[in-house]
Write a new protein. Structure first.
Length: 137
C-alpha cells in the first residue's frame, strides 16, 4: 500500500460523510412537513455505505468507503387528526414524515465528527510526510 493511499481513504470518508450530512439536513428540513396523502409524504432518507477493497482474498485491504445509494425509510407516516388543516384528507387526517428528529441530530453530530476525523487523518499524514522529507536535509 502506497503512503499516498491514506489521502484517498480519508477523501472517500470525507465525501461519504458529506453525503450523510446532506441527507440528514434534508430529513431535518422536512421533519415538520405534512401531506394529505400518506403516499406523498416525505420519507426519511439515509445513505448506504460500502467499503472499497483492493487486492484479493486474505490480502484484501480497505481502500476507503463509497456511497452505494440513498435508501428511504419504509416506516409508515404518522397520521394526525386535524380536520381544520387545509391539507387534511376527506377523513380529516394529515400525514407527517417518519423522521425522528433526535436520531437525525445524533446522526448529524456523528457525521460531522467523522468528517473532522478524516480531516485530521489528512493533516497528520501530510505532517508525517513533510517530517520524512526533512530527515534528508
Amino acid at each position: 500500500m502506497s503512503s499516498f493511499n491514506v489521502f484517498d481513504v480519508a477523501a472517500t470518508g470525507m465525501s461519504a460523510q458529506s453525503v450523510r450530512l446532506n441527507t440528514t439536513a434534508s430529513n431535518l428540513a422536512n421533519a415538520d412537513s405534512v401531506s394529505g396523502d400518506p403516499n406523498q409524504v416525505y420519507r426519511a432518507r439515509h445513505p448506504l455505505f460500502e467499503a472499497i477493497r483492493t487486492g484479493l482474498g486474505s490480502n484484501a485491504a480497505s481502500a476507503g468507503v463509497a456511497v452505494r445509494g440513498i435508501v428511504e425509510n419504509q416506516a409508515p407516516p404518522a397520521a394526525r387528526y386535524e380536520p381544520g388543516h387545509p391539507l387534511a384528507d376527506e377523513n380529516g387526517y394529515v400525514y407527517a414524515p417518519n423522521v425522528n428528529v433526535i436520531e437525525e441530530m445524533v446522526d448529524m453530530i456523528s457525521a460531522a465528527r467523522s468528517y473532522q476525523n478524516n480531516v485530521e487523518v489528512m493533516n497528520t499524514a501530510k505532517e508525517m510526510m513533510l517530517a520524512t522529507l526533512r530527515l534528508g536535509q
